[in-house]
Design a protein around this ligand. Sequence first.
Ligand SMILES: *Cc1c(COP(=O)(O)O)cnc(C)c1O
Length: 422
Amino acid sequence: MRTSPVWHPFTQHALEGPMKRIVSTEGAYLIDEDGARILDAISSWWVITHGHRHPAIMEAIRHASETYDQIIFAEFTHAPAEELAGGLIGIAPPRLKHVFYSDSGSTAVEVALKMALGFFHNIGTPRSRICVLEHGYHGDTIGTMSAGERGVFNAAYEPLLFAVDRLPFPEAGREQETLDTFEVFCASGQVAALLVEPLVLGAGGMKIYPPAVLAELKRIAERHGSLVIADEVMTGWGRTGSLFACEQAGIAPDILCTSKGLTGGALPLAATLCSAEIFNAHLSTDRRKTFFHSSSYTANPIACAAALANLEIWKTEPVGARVEALAAKQEIHLRRFEGDPRFCSIRQAGTIAALDLAVPVGGYLSDVGPRLRAFFRERRLLIRPLGNVIYMMPPYCVTEADLDRAYGAIDEAASAFAAGRL
Ligand SMILES: *Cc1c(COP(=O)(O)O)cnc(C)c1O
């Protein structure tokens, strides 16, 4: 009998048992009510970068909460938001000169779409088409769902979703198709922006494509006066090996969305960075050109302080070296499965590793996903496959022993599956 009134996200309560309570977190672990230490191999849905409760971030939160709570962010500003904006501009790709705060990845992307359309509207050459990559994911609001891949997740809302122009995913050897399709859409002169997850399409199945494709997409966009919005909500903060994934393509997008790892994962916060051109198009004595957007919790000072502590950690701790070491370790573990018929499409981008369990029918609703998840949970591992796509996205503090245990369980799960025992 279920007694809790809580409705959990992406959860079919008719098929799930009662939820285990987590009583504390520490480093790469969630500690449950029975005292079990569960390895958080997916960084609590991709947000935790350095590890749970990094002391410097928790201290910054404690300290900021002695002075601040939420402060209205129109008419007023505050030090944490000002310093953070300066810090972000200092480390983000060049051309990004302004910072708009919100509170989640979805809102950061909504803001980006509104900035793009607002830009063209305000300069007097309205454009309204948005190009996206097939299999993309940008959030769960109506706008971001519209831009994301359509499927069972959003079938019920389809009548409300707006149309976007979809480019085929740049599969190896077929990259030119993606580029040619984009070129054709752009030639209409109606494309306001390309909205794209750089290098890794996360929720769409950890699909990885090369930096050169992203660089070429940017060149095409530039040629046609279309903007590029980099959705770095997942890929930011070291996940793909560099601070931002865009760096690997050598591009500076017109708009960049960041959230998940912005506070090291400790508190909800998001930022949409944009170029001076976009800001300036909204700068006018004509009030109609104002950027009409706000979230109640815009630039929450305590969350900004947590993000500032995150920036400081990147400066003072060898995070880059940790990311590199984790990427190297993941590679060694993945290599073990190369040529193994139980798996296909073994792939990696920096700290993110993914492999598909060879199954006759894939897709999210094939119940291999939940069965794998249960298998891992029994072994005190939080690994949530996307259908048959098993992936590892651990916090950077994860140890060699933790990884050994996780990959050992992946190996075991694949054998159990092949033997029909899963
Ligand atoms: C998670 C994610 C989002 C949405 O972020 P929320 O904070 O869950 O709203 C948007 N884009 C990408 C690429 C993501 O991975």
